[in-house]
Ligand binder design. Structure first.
Ligand SMILES: [Zn+2]
Length: 299
């Protein structure tokens, strides 16, 4: 059960929806010294905490027979298990200390057509030279009604920067990591549509509002694409816009704002208590000194 901190952790400021950890500090630095990124308890990053939020929304809506997690991370395994899939398949091209159930490439997924109810593909496509093949494979294995959650590093307002022949140093400079082959831009969604996927997109800001993003340590505009197999449908591409607040995000904002007001009032009250305590100490010391002086004089 989640445990709200007692007197030892006086001012809770961050909550991790992956492991239920409250902390009175910001989260730890993440990759590239990104501040406020990593949960000190379960090591989750912003995107994994948002995945926990997404799966908690998705859970009651879907019956998951087969869940395919492509390139799994340890804490996402825990998060996705909450969907209670009948078959939880973690696939990667290699095996290491992470749990992997299936060895396979995203460009040739060793599963039957239409056999996957939920698919997760986070921060994978930017590593894959033939990302079109990977997208077509996702479209192929998704069951009718199945959904995929896809995330890639992306910069809007410019086209994808891609160079399959770039050396490691240049990849780091242009794509942010030695094993990335591109940095996605505005045409990412066209690539999804061209390769058999229809999609809608969501972001932490649009789902839980700005203030809750702060508490859960989420990047407000870190988009997730919710994809489905286009089958006979055709993907329609809409420009990315930051959605207006909804009733839910306004309500959550109001709750968190009231909470923060209480935190500020509590912190002021504490300062006042400390001040009064030290004033009391000073007065009692001076009273003690006067009593002793009086005692000596009368002795
Ligand atoms: Zn955590």
């Amino acid at each position: 059960m989640d445990h709200f901190p007692g007197p030892r952790h006086e001012l809770p400021r961050r909550y991790c929806p992956v492991c239920g950890h409250w902390t009175d500090r910001r989260f730890r630095n993440g990759p590239g010294a990104r501040p406020d990124a990593r949960c000190p308890s379960c090591k989750s990053l912003e995107r994994q905490r948002f995945l926990a939020v997404l799966t908690s929304c998705l859970g009651p809506l879907v019956d998951v027979g087969t869940l395919l997690d492509i390139a799994p991370a340890p804490c996402t395994t825990t998060v996705l298990a909450e969907l209670e899939p009948v078959r939880h398949v973690r696939m990667d091209i290699g095996y290491d200390e992470r749990g992997v159930d299936l060895l396979g490439s995203v460009t040739a997924i060793p599963l039957r057509d239409g056999s996957v109810d939920v698919l997760v593909c986070y921060h994978v496509l930017e590593h894959v030279p033939d990302d079109a093949a990977a997208m077509r494979e996702m479209a192929r294995v998704l069951a009718p009604g199945g959904v995929g959650l896809v995330q890639v590093p992306i910069r809007f307002g410019r086209p994808t920067d891609e160079d399959l022949g770039a050396g490691e140093a240049e990849r780091v400079r242009r794509f942010g990591q030695h094993d990335h082959v591109r940095y996605y831009g505005d045409d990412f969604e066209q690539r999804l549509a061209d390769n058999g996927l229809v999609f809608t997109r969501t972001s932490p800001r649009s789902l839980v509002g700005e203030r809750v993003c702060h508490v859960l340590g989420l990047i407000p505009d870190e988009w997730v694409w919710v994809v489905r197999s286009a089958a006979h449908d055709t993907g329609e591409v809409h420009p990315v816009v930051v959605p207006p607040p909804t009733g839910l995000t306004r309500a959550l904002d109001a709750v968190v704002e009231a909470w923060f007001d209480d935190l500020v009032a509590l912190s002021h009250a504490r300062r006042r208590v400390r001040r009064l305590r030290s004033e009391l100490d000073v007065r009692s010391r001076s009273l003690g000194a006067r009593v002793r002086a009086h005692w000596h004089r009368s002795a």
